[in-house]
Design a protein around this ligand. Structure first.
Ligand SMILES: [Zn+2]
Ligand SMILES: [Zn+2]
Length: 154
């Protein structure tokens, strides 16, 4: 269960921004918060948290969303897809939107956050649910579970 079949290729809808993932994600998440609903124009956001050193993006992006240093939302400058959020944990991680993957058919979130703001019809298949975010001290066990049992490419 350690074969992540890296590297992964990804691109926005118009193809002007290409991304490459060379390190395994540390966790997969769905977030139901109203902020993510607005950012995605959908029911929830899906993220793969990737070490920043294992993520490359090439092509023009623009900053949108919250414009905060701890969550820098990058969008394609042309098609305006929400691609990834940088600045996570002081810049150590990027929250990448797996819908951009060349093959996203395997992606299942391990956890879902902000179910307190969840739309009634939004179901994600996540194993663990949290009213808001997990507590800081819960992350190591969740990440260990993801490393051993998290969904990965078939
Ligand atoms: Zn959210
Ligand atoms: Zn684009």
């Amino acid at each position: 269960m350690s074969d992540w079949k890296l590297p992964w290729s990804a691109a926005c809808m118009c193809g002007r921004v290409k991304m490459r993932i060379t390190a395994p994600p540390v966790i997969s998440m769905a977030c139901h918060c109203t902020g993510c609903q607005k950012l995605t124009s959908g029911a929830y956001s899906l993220s793969l948290m990737i070490p920043a050193s294992g993520f490359e993006a090439e092509g023009p992006t623009e900053i949108g969303g919250l414009h905060r240093p701890e969550s820098v939302h990058h969008f394609c400058a042309h098609c305006k897809n929400w691609l990834y959020t940088a600045g996570i944990a002081g810049g150590q991680f990027v929250n990448f939107r797996p819908a951009m993957l060349e093959d996203s058919t395997w992606v299942v979130p391990l956890i879902e956050s902000y179910v307190s703001e969840k739309l009634p019809g939004a179901e994600t298949g996540a194993k663990h649910r949290f009213a808001r975010f997990p507590e800081r001290e819960q992350y190591p066990a969740l990440m260990a579970e993801f490393a051993s049992q998290g969904a990965r490419p078939a």
